[in-house]
Design a protein around this ligand. Structure first.
Ligand code: F6R
Length: 610
């Protein structure tokens, strides 16, 4: 949720940290701060609001020193304000925290009872108090203090800790939230995400669940859950740093929407044999026997990833002929689900770090059920822990609203359902060739749909005046209606609902009048006639119809105030195309309203807390 960065051993520690925070700003952006050890004391600068406010303060008051920590915050406990911004300093202990402490109230009460002076409303400051207390009152060593404090914390934490009396030392620990160490020459850079590290080094090591690293000058030591030391060798990654540029687009989100055809092609590439037009998912081959006998698929995810899972439900049931159930991770994990032992739980997550999705994976594994992750971030927690892994290959997604990862999840779900159908003997070679050919043709269809960008750029001024939007679709386009509504809510802060079109008469019809825009996704599929009847019902009540449908559908065009044409494609390909207009609608309306599209209020890219 928040972004943390640390640096040890570089003269330019402050700028390494600030550059790192810039790369991590997508994780939280309501306040930021940095603390640097000068050799004698820890100096700290914090600012409310976006990182630029901190940068401005630092131009007036730069912080010299080779050891430091920084933070970009997404508020959980305590309002976004300077006093609640990290680093939190208590006595000589200074720390940054990503996560959420669930026994916050109890810890706070105990500390107040012991006479602690609290300077913020955060859960994170309490950790600094606890560590300080162990060092100053109980005379524990730096790492010993951490060892006794962390078991008292319930919830999630990744921490970087410095102490004023230890100018060359830093502690890094996590019980789950992501933490990576970069090793360059004689220095170390730590961060929540590789993005902050790759400009400096490609030599990295992940700090995984319940691990701690103690850095001392140019040495480091890893410790496991029991604080027993062990050796972890760094690994070399092959990333390039130009992935985080806007490449001429005004916003990351717009760039990422336009990258979708290429991302989709890249997600398919490793798993299809172009010559034979066949699906070949090599990493799943060792699981062939299991897949052949599979009786049930569960898909578990959050937000946009959950909606891609809802499309997956249609794919698994229609293509693989396997029963499929889709769950929201935060519900699944507490529902005590009765999982069929002969089933597969698929977890979808762009970040691979979403706390609820990760908890769902662990629950499935504990029940003895096999798991498969579909992630964009390689080596993320989900990726590391699942029994089978597939990568979206979408490239770095910076805009907080997920776009290209959604497309790539859809493409992998198509491939997995086809692969499973093959293993189960329910997909003949002709149908397999057709499925692969239609998936391969999709990126160029997507290119053509992207031309509707111009329409939304022009129409946004008018569209932003509606009091609300009702999105409707049927079959695989019902999840697209949900996705359209989510995107408009999160970016334009407008009221929007996604509904299966056939459900309208059971309630939402009452919402419709001349001030309500109705976005109807009506491709020429099996349910076309029914969708058109639903559309006529909405129009008769004054609904302002914006429709998305087949290019030559004159009837739909006539019924609509605005009509966005899509190429005519198979039912399973439609969502790849119909999602583009709803993404662009949200982008342009939000932009016309003057909102920060890449960093919408109250949200963060990687939701590592419950
Ligand atoms: C919406 C959006 C969120 C994420 C959700 C899950 O545009 O981005 O709804 O889809 O927070 O995130 P991941 O996919 O990283 O698990």
């Amino acid at each position: 949720m928040c972004g943390i960065v640390g640096c040890l051993g570089r003269e330019d520690a402050q700028s390494v940290i600030v550059n790192g925070l810039k790369a991590l700003e997508y994780r939280g952006y309501d306040s930021a701060g940095v603390a640097i050890h000068s050799g004698q004391k820890i100096n700290r600068v914090r600012a409310e609001g976006k990182l630029i406010n901190l940068q401005e303060k630092l131009t007036e008051q730069s912080l010299p020193g080779q050891l430091g920590i920084g933070h970009t915050r997404w508020a959980t406990h305590g309002a976004p304000s300077e006093k609640n911004a990290h680093p939190h300093t208590v006595g000589g202990v200074s720390l940054v925290h990503n996560g959420i402490i669930e026994n916050y109230a109890e810890l706070r009460e105990n500390l107040i009872a012991q006479g602690a002076q609290l300077n913020s409303d955060t859960d994170s400051e309490l950790i600094a108090h606890l560590i300080h207390h162990e060092i100053s009152k109980n005379k524990l060593d730096f790492i010993e203090a951490l060892k006794v404090v962390t078991p008292r914390l319930r919830g999630a934490y990744a921490l970087l800790v410095m102490s004023e009396d230890r100018p060359g030392e830093m502690l890094a620990t996590t019980n789950g939230p992501p933490l990576v160490v970069g090793f360059s020459e004689d220095s170390f850079i730590l961060a929540s995400d590789l993005l902050a590290i790759v400009p400096y080094t490609k030599n990295i090591a992940y700090v995984t669940e319940y691990e701690t690293v103690h850095f001392q000058e140019n040495k480091y030591q890893f410790y496991d859950k029991n604080f027993t030391s062990f050796i972890k060798e760094p690994q070399q990654i092959n990333w390039t740093d130009d992935l985080v540029e806007k490449a001429g687009y005004s916003h990351f989100m717009l760039k990422e929407i336009f990258e979708q055809p290429r991302s989709m092609a890249k997600s398919l590439e490793p798993h299809i044999n172009v010559e034979n037009q066949s699906i070949e998912i090599k990493s799943l081959e060792p699981h062939s026997e299991f897949l052949q006998n599979l009786e049930q698929v569960y898909i578990v995810a959050c937000g946009t990833s959950y909606y891609s899972g809802l499309v997956g439900e249609y794919l698994f049931e229609k293509i693989s002929k396997v029963s499929c159930k889709v769950d929201i991770a935060s519900e699944f994990r507490y529902r005590e689900p009765k999982l069929n032992p002969n089933s597969l739980v698929i977890l979808i997550s762009q970040s691979g770090e979403t706390a609820d999705t990760l908890a769902a994976l662990r629950l499935a594994k504990k029940s003895g059920v096999k798991t498969m992750s579909i992630c964009n971030v390689e080596h993320s927690s989900l990726d590391r822990e699942a029994d089978m892994q597939l990568y979206m290959n979408a490239g770095v997604e910076i805009g907080v609203a997920s776009t290209k990862a959604f497309i790539c999840s859809l493409s992998l779900l198509n491939l997995v359902s086809g692969f499973l159908a093959k293993k189960k003997g329910v997909l003949n070679i002709v149908d397999e060739n057709h499925l692969v050919a239609s998936l391969m043709a999709t990126p160029s269809h997507m290119e053509s749909v992207l031309t509707c960008d111009k329409f939304f750029a022009e129409a946004a001024e008018h569209l932003k005046k509606y009091k609300g939007f009702l999105y409707m679709g049927r079959g695989v386009n019902f999840p697209i209606a949900l996705e359209g509504a989510l995107k408009l809510k999160e970016l334009a802060y407008m009221h929007a609902e996604g509904y299966p079109a056939g459900e309208m008469k059971h309630g939402p019809l009452a919402l419709i009048d001349e001030e309500m825009a109705v976005v109807m996704i009506a491709p020429k599929d099996d349910l076309y006639e029914k969708t058109i009847s639903n559309l006529e019902t909405a129009k008769a009540r004054g609904g302002q119809i914006i429709s998305v449908g087949a290019v030559n559908d004159n009837k739909l065009k006539e019924l609509s105030l605005n009509f966005l044409p899509l190429p005519e494609v198979d039912w399973n390909i439609n969502p790849f195309l119909s999602v583009i207009p709803v993404q662009l609608l949200s982008f342009h309306v939000a932009n016309a309203l003057g909102h920060d599209v890449d960093q919408p209020r109250n949200l963060a890219k990687s939701v590592t807390v419950e």
